[in-house]
Design a protein around this ligand. Sequence first.
Ligand code: PLP
Ligand code: COI
Length: 353
Amino acid sequence: MEIKITKAAVLKEKPDSSTLGFGKIFTDHMFMMDWNSEKGWYNARIVPFGRIDIHPASTVLHYGSEIFEGLKAYRRKDGKVQMFRPIENIRRMNRSAERLCLPEIPEDLAMQVLTTFVELEQDWTPSAEGTSLYLRPFMFGNDESLGVHAVHNATYVIIASPVGSYYAEGINPVKIMIEDQDVRAVRGGTGYAKCGGNYAASNRAGERAAQQGYSQVLWLDGVERKYIEEVGAMNVMFKIGGKIVTPMLSGSILPGITRMSCIAVLKDKGYEVEERLLSIDELEAAMENGTLEEAWGCGTAAVVSPIGELCYKGVKYPVNNGEIGEVTQMLYDTLTGIQWGKVEDKFGWIQEI
Ligand code: PLP
Ligand code: COI
C-alpha cells in the first residue's frame, strides 16, 4: 500500500539518554491508517506526531475497543538498527483484534508500515547501554455512534518512544505482592489479548501494592484464585528444585514474546522447562522449604526482571536473598545480547532495518 509521508516542519532535539525513563518522550512522526468495513484499510500515512481528533461518541471512549502492541528497535555497536521478532507482535495483534472484533491487518501490510515508520524514525534509536526505541502500535474502534456492536470503523496508529529501563530498579530485584482479591483476567475473557481494558482492570491492585512499597502484584487465576498467572504486566517464571516452571497459557495469560524467547533459550541451554498449572500452595511450600531458587518476570519493556521478595498474606519471603539469580542473569544477558547485536542470533529473531 502507498504510504503518504508528511514530514514535521521542525524536528525535535533528541534527548540525553540518561534521562529517558519509559514512554515519556515521543519521536517526530507517527503512522496512521484507517479502516472501514466496506473499504478495508485505507489512507496509510506518516504525519507529524500530534494529537488525534476523535468524535465524543467514538467507540473507544465508551466501550473500550482498543488493542495494542509493544516491541523495540535496538541500536547495534556498528550503528545499524534492528527489531526483535516483530512478526510475533503482528500476529498477536491480529489475535487480539479477532477477540475484540476489531479488523485484522494482513501480515505483509503490517510489516510494511512498521518497517517504513521505523526506517523514518531510526535516528531516534538511542545507543547508550540498556536503551532502545519502544514501538507502540495500537488500534481503536472509531464509530461515531453509541450502539454496542462490532465496529465498522477503526484507526491503527504507531508511535515511538526512546526508552531506558522500565522499572526504576532497572535490573535490580523488585518486591512483589501476591494479589488474592482482584483478578486481571478470566478464561473466556480477554486475558490472552493485549487490550487496554485488561490494564485498566489491573490498576487498583497495582496501586494497593505500590502503597505498601511493592513494585507490582503476582496475579492468581480469576476462577479459583489458586493458580499463578502473571506478574504485573509481565509473564512469570520460577526456578524450583532445579527446574524452570512457568504458568501454561490457559487463555487468561498473555502469550509473551519474551516468555516464548526465554523458553527457547532455556531449552537450548539444556534446562528442563515445565509449562503447567502452578498453584499458590505449591509456590508457598517452595518458599517455605527453600526449594524456590529464583523468580523473575519477563516482558518486552524490562526484558527480564528478577523478583527479590514475594509477600503473601502478610508474610514476606525473600527470593535468592534478594539478589539476581544465575538463570535470571543468563536470560537477561542472552536476550539483551541478541537484541543489541552482541550475541549471535542463532534463532533468527532479529530483523535489521
Ligand atoms: N503479560 C502482559 C499482561 C503484558 O502486557 C506483557 C507485555 O507486553 C507481557 C505479558 C509480556 O509480553 P511480551 O514479552 O510480548 O512483551
Ligand atoms: C511489557 O513490555 O512487558 C509490558 O508489559 C509493557 C507495558 C508498558 C504494557
